[in-house]
Design a protein around this ligand. Structure first.
Ligand code: ADP
Ligand code: MG
Length: 260
């Protein structure tokens, strides 16, 4: 069912991609010389698609997420997210874009320790503009969805890691982003807690039709995505054994299937 969310309006391919990167290049100075971290990255994510991004440490995964969120700008290439041509925007415009359209889930939760749970949840809405009564109701509704309705007044550091990440999930969605970027979302949780967070992540984003790009090393996470991509030598490669879901449910290497 999850793959047919846009069935009434046509196939996934019939709509413009939510995310489109063409020949993205990004270099950094390292020891007095340029190192090309991203050397022509091409990728597309359909609206509502879940994609895992794998790659060795230092391969440029975080760099790529920073470009997609508009925190950083590419040295070359085209980068379009939700119809916005990010590579043409100023830093100020990219900040606006990020606040409006992007939700983040981090490995270390990144809740603001001096704000209550509810205040943390309202933060993305405040950055976007004034917070109304409906917004507050929405935040509390999401808190309920992650099973923590009774913790609205709590301080984040009084909560367990799993609870903090459930709050962070609610926070990532409160402003109705079109894209959620997750960097090792279960990386700092034990297996059981990670499974609970993963279930919630999948459920909440599928319900909202939100697109997900998740950097992860965890097979449990990758197996819940629609597709798996790897970053190698500055470029995107699909793993030779195909999308994670097929590998999981249909056994390895169904060569007749192709990735869009
Ligand atoms: P990953 O997330 O895959 O582990 P990163 O994207 O964090 O990798 O980093 C890729 C490479 O780019 C590393 O060599 C890192 O040192 C370098 N790098 C990333 N950001 C910067 C920056 N702002 N300034 C200089 N070098 C950077
Ligand atoms: Mg990283």
């Amino acid at each position: 069912m999850s793959n047919l969310r846009v069935g009434g309006e046509g196939t996934l391919q019939a709509r413009p991609p939510l995310l489109k990167l063409s020949n993205i290049v990004r270099s950094f100075m390292e020891g007095g010389r340029q190192r090309e971290v991203l050397r022509g990255v091409d990728m597309e994510l359909a609206r509502g698609e879940f994609v895992a991004l794998l790659g060795p440490s230092g391969s440029g995964k975080s760099t790529l997420l920073n470009l997609v969120s508009g925190i950083d700008a590419p040295d070359g290439g085209h980068l379009e997210v939700d119809g916005v041509r990010l590579h043409e925007l100023s830093e100020r415009e990219r900040t606006r874009f990020r606040r409006d359209r992007i939700g983040f889930v981090f490995q270390f939760f990144n809740l603001v320790p001096t704000l209550t749970v509810e205040e943390n949840l309202l933060l993305p809405l405040e950055l976007k503009g004034a917070v109304g009564k409906d917004d507050r109701a929405r935040a509390l509704g999401l808190l309920d969805r992650v099973g923590l309705a009774d913790r609205a007044e709590a301080w984040p550091d009084r909560l367990s890691g799993g609870e903090q990440q459930r709050i962070a999930l609610a926070r990532a969605l409160v402003h109705r982003p079109s894209l959620v970027l997750a960097d090792e979302p279960t990386g700092n949780l034990d297996q059981q807690t990670g499974a609970v967070v993963l279930d919630l992540l999948v459920e909440l984003l599928r319900d909202a039709g939100t697109t997900l790009l998740a950097v992860t090393h965890a097979p449990e996470v990758a197996s819940r995505m629609d597709r798996v991509l790897s970053l190698r030598d500055g470029r995107i490669v699909s793993p030779p054994d195909g999308p994670a879901r097929q590998t999981q449910s249909d056994g390895p290497a169904r060569q007749t299937e192709t990735t869009p």
